[in-house]
Every structure is written in C-alpha cells, then in structure tokens.
Design a binder for this molecule. Sequence first.
Ligand code: PLP
Length: 408
Amino acid sequence: MNLQTANEEWRADFPILNQKIYGQNLIYLDNAATTQKPRQVIECIEKVYSTVNSNIHRSVSKLGADCTREYENARATVGKFINAQSPREIVFTSGTTEAINLLAFAFGEKFVDEGSEIIVGESEHHSNIVPWQMLCIRKKARLRVLPFDDGGELKIEMLDQLINPRTRLLCIAQASNVLGTVNPLERIIEKAHNRGVAVLVDGAQGIQHLETDVQKMDADFYVFSGHKIYAPTGTGALYGKEKLLEQLPPWQGGGDMVQSVAFEKTVYADLPLKFEAGTSNYVGAIALGEALNYLTNKGLAKIHAYEKELTDYAMQEIAKIPDIRLYGASKNRTGIASFLIHNTHHSDIGEILDKMGVAVRTGRMCADPTVRHFGISGLVRASWTFYNTKTEIDRLCEALEKAVKMLK
Ligand code: PLP
C-alpha cells in the first residue's frame, strides 16, 4: 500500500473529519492543540462503560478484576510504546500539565533546596515553565533559561556555562509547540548527564510524530498528553526511571496510593500507585492504550514517513505565500508552521480562515517567552498530522491568500 492510499484509509477512521463547517469541508489544522479521535478509541470508551466499568484496584467482583486488568494492560501498552523498562515506571496522569506539576512537587521536595537551580528552555510551553517557577519560589531556588536562536534552535553550547554544581534538573521539550523544532535530545541529555544533572523531557508535541524511546534518549523523566495522541482528554502519563521515582515522595494523598493507613503512620503503596491518589480516569487510560495500539497496528514507521512527506510539502507551499514571515527554520521539525503575513493581525486571519472551513490556532500558543523573543504579539499556527492531505495544505494556502487580500 502506498502512503497516499494509507492516508485515505487512516482518514476514514476519524468521523469528525467528515463534516462541513459553514458549508465547506472541514480542514482541521489545529492538531498541535488537540488531535481528533479514531472510531476505535471512541468505541473503546463506550465498550468499557457498557461491559467492565467498575472501580479499579478495590472491587472483589469479576467486573472490578476485569477493569483493573484492562487498566494495567493499558499501562503496559504505554510502557512498551515509549520503551520503558517496566510498567512500574509509568504513572497515569490527566495530561502533560499534571505530570509536570506532580514532578515539580515530588522532585522539588526531594532534591531542590534554597540555592538549587532548574534549567528550562526559552521555547518551552507554559506548562514546562510555570510549575518550575512555582517550585523555585517555594524553595528559594533559581530558574535559569537556555535560550534559542532566531531560527528556533536551542543554543545547546550554552549548557556548558549554565550547568553548575547547584543545577538539579534540565526541562526540555521533545519538540516546540510554536516553532516545530525537534530538539536534539540525545546530545542535550548527554551533556546534562556528564555533569550529573537529571533531565525531564516534555513529549507533548513529540510522541505523536517521532519515534520515542526513553531508554535510547536516556531521559530521566518523560511526560505526554493523551489528547494530543488521538486518545481522550484528561489522560496522559509520567515516565520516570524506577530508581528515581522510588526516591520521590507522593504528591497527593488519598485512596489507592496507600498500603495501610493508621493515625500514627501511613505506609504508601509501591510504584506506580504511590502517585495515583483517588479514583483515576481509568476509562480514559484504557482508551489511551487503545489509541497507542491503533497507531502501532497502522504502522508507526509508515505514519512517520507520510507525515515527513506532508511536512516537506506544506513548508514548501506555505513559504510561497507572498509576504509571509515564518517563525522557526529548523530542518528537523514536526508538522507545525507558525507565521504572520504582511501586516495583518493573527486573530483576523484565524477568523477568516475559520469561515472558509479551515481550523488553525492563533495567539501566543501558551508560550509567551517564545512569542516575546520575536517581539510580536502572536502568530497563526497551522499544524497537521497523518490524517491531513496535500489537498488540505493547498486549500490552506488558497484561503490564506484570500484572507490577506480581504484584510489589505
Ligand atoms: N507542553 C507542550 C509542548 C504543549 O504543546 C502542551 C500543550 O499544548 C503542553 C505541554 C500542555 O499539555 P496539556 O494541556 O495537554 O497538559
């Protein structure tokens, strides 16, 4: 099967794509914000609620046992998908944001003191900045910033000066949600590890587009959101090397995260339940497993090859639009183009595109420092994935040219 035929087959799995917006075929190019869900994932949620729904890890019933088994199978699927050594290294969370906040609390309690330093990339999403800032305020620690150059590449050589004996953690995205840059993680992590510094990788924009092997990249922690990889909202995971997770204290107390509770002393559960207090979104987690199985069954290598071809085409076509200014020039990139055209305002462009059936994102993309770097107030961002087509990219370009004419 060639990639074009494969794309048609994949696309048919996503019911939402087959609809009209203001009388025109929907062209969904806001995949970096959230992805659409295949029929298989939607049906999985219905199936769990119709067949095995029962609270996990507590019920003695057959239903409870079946539901718990499906939840733990999903954990194993996540572990396998990112090549963790063991499912004990996978903590289910409500998404990237919760995973980073969990880590900022737990890692902070264990390893961060007054005077410690945390490094974040300048191009990070607010989710990978603000929790670290809050930790630094709480602990009187210092937040340091690894800058990027005007092409959108991190200035990795600056790590040599930034890292010092007070550095505790380096927090870097796998790929930027604004500039599309794929960060050279293996080099960054090697530099950090050579100086004894642990690394958190924010995989929110990477896992759905790039081969992700936490052992190969040697990340100490890796986080991602389910809704950006074709799974339901309110799902995601934190991966951590077992020997590190074992040293961290729990971040929330409640049911399921304990072995025994007495007023004198509480004994916490083993990994990973120590970090999963209360009734979790187990139905969502099972559907996240389904989404990852869906991708694996379709063939990750084929999906990645198609996306690369589409990205090359899209970047070439978008660059031809008169007066366009693209932000982020990395060759190694995911399917994201952020831009401004002539002197038009980003939100005006977005609204006109929407009336033409083309959904994009506009504004600051939850990445104020990145936008501020370029001295602008916001951007238009088109982001595509394996169910998008070259025809849709053509429609985007035509719509953009029309929008600019209307605004001039
Ligand atoms: N990190 C990056 C790079 C992102 O793109 C996003 C969302 O856009 C997040 C973190 C936050 O993800 P969520 O809102 O799903 O927790």
